[in-house]
Design a protein around this ligand. Structure first.
Ligand code: SF4
Length: 66
């Protein structure tokens, strides 16, 4: 599974990082992005990424299933 983040939608609520801190990080302007090398979601990180996707108010996170 892969995770994508649409930076144009992100409003910096930080819910994604609360659910999946290993996957999301914030830039200097307070917006989220996927950490480098974490686009391919490891199985152990998948539950948190799914919760982040489901709880992003801006629908900025997309999941691509394998
Ligand atoms: S929850 Fe969504 S809008 Fe909020 S910081 Fe994360 S990606 Fe951005």
């Amino acid at each position: 599974m892969k995770v994508l983040l649409d930076s144009h939608r992100c409003q910096g609520h930080a819910r994604c990082a609360a659910f999946a801190p290993e996957t999301f990080v914030f830039d200097d302007d307070g917006f989220s992005r996927v950490r480098e090398g974490m686009e391919d979601v490891k199985p152990e990180n998948a539950p948190g990424v799914r919760k982040a996707c489901a709880n992003c108010p801006e629908l900025a996170i997309s999941i691509i299933e394998d």
